[in-house]
Design a protein around this ligand. Structure first.
Ligand SMILES: Nc1ncnc2c1ncn2[C@@H]1O[C@H](COP(=O)(O)OP(=O)(O)OP(=O)(O)O)[C@@H](O)[C@H]1O
Length: 393
């Protein structure tokens, strides 16, 4: 009987793990300066000193997490070689974002045998357990908060950075804090007391330019794909299709998708057509994800735009949109938002690229937007109908 996976051999892939988001490249493209800055922040711990704190911010896919992991990996080599009393702790705030869970995570690394109940203790007791473990082990810790904007309560940043001053931990034990944020304004949103406690260095990662994106892809090419599968011309196309925002994750994901399509079709190489298909698939799933995440009122406004442009086969005005939106609110027993909020939602859709909505003057009748859809109405409606509340409309 033939095996349902086929022969298992691929004409396309040599090593798919190279395209996974967890893959750590041996060399990082275009981030020498940022790596150096981060090394300087951490370096004091090599000689029993106090590390600085840092907030790293930058758009998605600019290598923030990768750079931090890269530097920590090398730090761990030093810790092992020189038997240093230093422990890095990496916390993904998407998964762990409450103070008690964060303290437990640090405790797990510092003193795995300490038995601390997962729930039921007061915050003070969680903290005391942590200070005790640090005083006993004499570990200096470097706590990385990835996606720090998802942290439920910022006071942990204050408490960790003040532990030495309020004498909870001995004066030769240090706690370094590194926050990673997609939101470029995150450090500006921290309360003044926390900024004063952290005295952090703010590092901003710029988007990659198209040469850097090309280099990132070329380095993956040789290890991920069999020889001759992907040529430089096609890499150029990948950069043109997805490289504009300087987001390395997006281009690596597109490369993997195109490879999958070529593999499934039994092709011996990745072609322009495979990239076109991969790009279409990626665009669709991004669009669907962002529509599904919209607040309910925004969904109603978007549905109004789609229905009107479809019925009238023309551009529609904000007034027409608002009238249909109000009707939908009535049908779903929802209190409608006011005119200004509806206009704000329409202009957000314009910024997101769902619609084009230039403002037009109507003389003495004021101004309106002339709204046209920029995405397939069919795909938008399908995404909207995944919300059962809109099914009846
Ligand atoms: N300088 C680089 N050289 C090689 N690969 C890189 C580089 N920067 C990023 N990458 C790759 O791009 C992908 C995204 O990187 P990373 O997750 O570090 O970005 P990020 O800025 O933390 O983004 P996000 O905010 O979405 O987590 C990873 O697959 C990573 O390996």
């Amino acid at each position: 009987m033939t095996n349902i996976f086929g022969t298992g051999a691929s004409k396309i892939f040599r090593d798919r793990s190279v395209l996974s988001s967890r893959y750590m490249p041996e060399e990082l493209v275009g981030r020498d300066k940022e790596i150096k800055e981060l090394v300087e922040i951490i370096r004091p711990v090599l000689h029993h000193g106090e590390p600085a704190n840092a907030i790293i911010s930058g758009n998605k896919g600019t290598g923030k997490t990768t750079v931090v992991r890269y530097v920590l990996k090398q730090l761990i080599e030093n810790i092992e070689k020189d038997d240093l009393n230093v422990v890095p702790v990496f916390i993904n705030c998407q998964k762990i974002n409450t103070t008690s869970r964060i303290i437990q995570e640090i405790l797990n690394k510092v003193s795995p045998e300490a038995e601390v109940p997962k729930t039921g203790l007061s915050m003070g007791r969680y903290y005391r357990a942590l200070w005790k473990a640090l005083n006993e082990t004499h570990y200096t810790i470097i706590v990385v908060f990835d996606e720090i904007e998802l942290l439920k309560n910022h006071t942990i940043l204050y408490d960790l950075s003040h532990a030495g001053e309020n004498m909870s931990i001995e004066d030769d034990i240090f706690i370094g804090i590194i926050g990673i944020a997609d939101d470029l304004t995150f450090h500006g949103q921290l309360e003044q007391s926390i900024v004063s406690a952290l005295q952090q260095k703010n590092l901003v990662f710029r988007p990659y330019d198209s040469d850097q994106i090309t280099q990132i892809l070329e380095k993956r090419n040789t290890s991920a794909f069999a020889e001759g599968v992907l040529n430089s011309e096609i890499i150029k196309l990948c950069v043109e299709l997805a490289g504009e925002e300087g987001n390395a994750s997006k281009v690596v994901a597109l490369l993997e998708k195109a490879g999958n399509i070529a593999d499934t079709l039994g092709s011996g190489e990745i072609t322009q057509e495979h990239f076109r298909l991969a790009n279409e698939e990626m665009g669709d799933s991004e669009l669907i994800r962002s529509i599904e995440k919209l607040p309910f009122h925004s969904k109603l406004v978007l549905l109004s735009i789609v229905k009107l442009t479809n019925e009238l086969n023309d551009k529609v005005t904000t007034g027409q949109i608002e009238a249909l939106y109000r009707k939908f609110c009535e049908e779903t027993n929802t209190d409608p938002l006011g005119r200004t909020s509806v206009s704000r939602i329409v202009s957000e859709f314009d910024m997101e690229g769902f619609i084009s909505a230039p403002v037009r003057s109507r003389g003495r009748y004021g101004k309106t937007r002339l709204v046209a859809l920029k995405k397939s109405p069919h795909k938008i409606v399908t995404a909207l109908h995944s919300d059962y509340r809109l099914n009846q409309l």
